[in-house]
Design a protein around this ligand. Structure first.
Ligand SMILES: C[S@@+](CC[C@H](N)C(=O)[O-])C[C@H]1O[C@@H](n2cnc3c(N)ncnc32)[C@H](O)[C@@H]1O
Length: 210
């Protein structure tokens, strides 16, 4: 088993839909992080393809000038998703209760998950679903920083360091046969003194469906 029952658990076990019932029209990371993520999307994503933004909100951080054939959003707060200008359509679903995505096999060229992977209690099941909905050669891009709602993050994440988070997300990919070896991207400001950095650390773990 990828995670023990205790590692999957979290401090606040009330339904996630309650915590996310009020829209938050904020950005959860700083401008430097978002600019790096948008630049990475520009490098990796192909125009005129279909994208799934899993655990999205009112922003998807996609390059403004890149046109996709369809961007599908998912999240827990409908008002946030309705205001996201990049989404062609969206669905609301609690991924800690309903582990199957309402999407076809091989539907997407890329699946994005931004600053949210720490809230997944069943990442093994959700990564298997991400693999299923990706087309062969498609890419899953999981990005995160060092921020979280601690009471909603799983214990395995809340108790871990940034390095351990990179390992954990890599292990989610490696535990899902059908993904290639994950690639890690790290950017911390501060040079040799990263703890003095004034910007949010930028972490990405991404892998292709082979
Ligand atoms: C920190 S926000 C990040 C939102 C967005 N990806 C961004 O970049 O700003 C975390 C998101 O995860 C989603 N989320 C949290 N728990 C969830 C759950 N159990 N099922 C589905 N989505 C969840 C919420 O809808 C929320 O928008």
């Amino acid at each position: 088993m990828l995670l023990s029952p205790d590692q999957r658990s979290k401090m606040d076990l009330t339904d996630d839909a309650v915590f996310y019932s009020e829209p938050r029209f904020v950005t959860h990371v700083d401008t430097a992080f978002i600019q790096r993520l948008t630049a990475l999307y520009r490098q990796v994503l192909q125009p005129d393809t279909k994208i799934l933004d899993l655990m999205s909100s009112w922003v998807s951080h996609l390059p403004e000038d890149l046109e996709f054939s369809e961007v599908v959003g998912h999240g827990l707060n409908e008002a946030e998703l309705a205001r996201n200008p990049r989404l062609d359509r969206y669905f609301v679903q609690n991924l800690n209760k309903d582990l199957k995505l309402p999407c076809d096999d091989g539907e997407f060229a890329a699946v994005l998950n931004t600053v949210s992977v720490q809230y997944l209690q069943f990442p093994d099941a959700i990564f298997a679903e991400i693999l299923r909905v990706l087309q062969p050669g498609g890419t899953a891009i999981i990005s995160f920083s060092n921020r979280m709602f601690p009471h909603k993050a799983i214990n395995a994440w809340r108790d871990g360091s940034d390095e351990q988070h990179l390992e954990l997300v890599s292990s989610y990919f490696r535990a899902t046969p059908g993904f290639g070896e994950p690639k890690v991207v790290v950017h911390r400001g501060g040079g040799l003194l990263p703890w003095l950095s004034l910007t949010d650390p930028f972490y990405v773990v991404m892998a292709k469906k082979v």
